[in-house]
Design a protein around this ligand. Structure first.
Ligand code: SAH
Length: 344
């Protein structure tokens, strides 16, 4: 097995370089080129023979831009990235007042089976390596020429279903010698794998955890999210409270509004009730109007504002997610599917 060089910490790369009979300081030079997305002859201060040696024992898993869609409305850019084995993933670059944000993928496909989601339609192909998660940021930064200060793991895949690689990525991306993106500027979104939420609480990583809740009881949640059959709403929200008590980090809840499914006033009341029952800090609910996926029969809700106002009146902090890149259909999963179909 070849070393996955971009998944290494600087210390690990130094150890490798020394084991190849080369001086340790070369590692730092190579590392800083890699963080700019450069590998090979363009690394002007690194002798060719070291690059050759590294190519023999290792590989560089930087994604290639297969396609890029640019929004004319708000500067959003959607990338289709091709990985070393030809598989494709997506990332979305967004400009916010608080800084540039990249939404990254954590797996090729997904096996969680949520009924409204395009990323899961053909299941999971494989996990991404830490280098492939990092690589999305590096290549987007190099391509836009702009620094990315915030990262959300809300692209294709379930980050906690690829737990070890996600943790390694979080440590790499936030390290001083790496991209140095603060963990407080990184959100990890999960459909609710309870044992992994408990494990994450023990890692000492001050990220923001987002829970894709999308429903207020087991019947409704179970009908759109298969994970709910393994971990029900009560179990999930108890884990959220444990997470908060251990880390002091508030969790935010995502709630996709689907017509005739979870968007009634009674639903808003039930949601407020169940959140208050389990969550001691004021919960924040991020409402997302469903982005319709043509392979599903679900349609978007017309009651978004009504739902939001009801939650607020019940003391729940609720916001509606601003939709960026609407002219390029910037939500994830659909570009990859399109490219798969074109290749058949
Ligand atoms: N697997 C993780 C992260 C990826 S999805 C998770 O489940 O959280 C990122 C967010 O987008 C999740 O809240 C997900 O439920 C939501 N989402 C997926 N498909 C959507 C769609 N068609 N419309 C609106 N939101 C969607």
């Amino acid at each position: 097995m070849k070393h996955d060089i971009l998944s290494m910490s600087l210390f690990e790369l130094e150890t490798l370089i020394v084991s190849l009979g080369e001086p340790k300081f070369r590692a730092k030079q190579i590392y800083s080129w890699l963080l700019k997305g450069v590998w090979g002859e363009r690394m002007s201060n690194v002798p060719g023979k070291i690059i050759e040696k590294l190519n023999e024992v290792g590989e560089i898993r930087l994604p290639k831009i297969a396609r890029r869609l640019d929004s004319k409305l708000d500067g959003t850019k959607k990338y289709l990235f091709e990985l070393i084995d030809g598989e494709c993933i997506e990332s979305v670059f967004m400009k916010y007042e608080h800084g540039n944000t990249l939404c990254i993928s954590s797996q090729v496909g997904c096996r969680m089976g949520c009924k409204f989601c395009a990323s899961t339609l053909n299941g999971r192909v494989r996990d991404l390596t830490p280098s492939e998660m990092l690589g999305q940021i590096i290549v987007a930064q190099a391509d836009t020429g702009e620094r990315i200060s915030n990262v959300v793991m809300m692209g294709i895949g379930e980050p906690l279903d690829n737990y070890d690689n996600t943790i390694k990525f979080l440590r790499l991306v936030s390290s001083d010698e790496g991209l140095n993106i603060g963990l407080r500027h990184i959100s990890v979104s999960t459909c609710g794998i309870v044992d992994k939420i408990d494990a994450l609480a023990d890692e000492g990583l001050p990220i923001t955890l987002s829970i894709s809740l999308h429903a207020y009881d087991d019947e409704t949640r179970g009908s759109i999210m298969p994970i709910n059959k393994r971990y029900g709403v009560d179990e999930l929200l108890s884990a959220c409270e444990r997470y908060f008590n251990k880390t002091g980090r508030r969790i935010s809840f995502e709630y996709t509004l689907i017509a005739d499914k979870n968007d009634t006033i009674e639903g808003a009341i039930a949601l407020a009730r169940v959140l208050k029952k389990y969550i001691s800090s004021t919960p924040h609910v991020n409402l997302i109007p469903l982005n319709e996926v043509k392979e599903t029969s679900l349609s978007t809700s017309k009651n978004v504002n009504r739902f939001k106002e009801k939650l607020i009146s019940l003391g729940i902090n609720a916001t509606v997610r601003r939709r960026l890149g609407s002219d390029i259909n910037a939500s994830c999963g659909q570009l990859r599917r399109q490219s798969q179909k074109e290749n058949i």
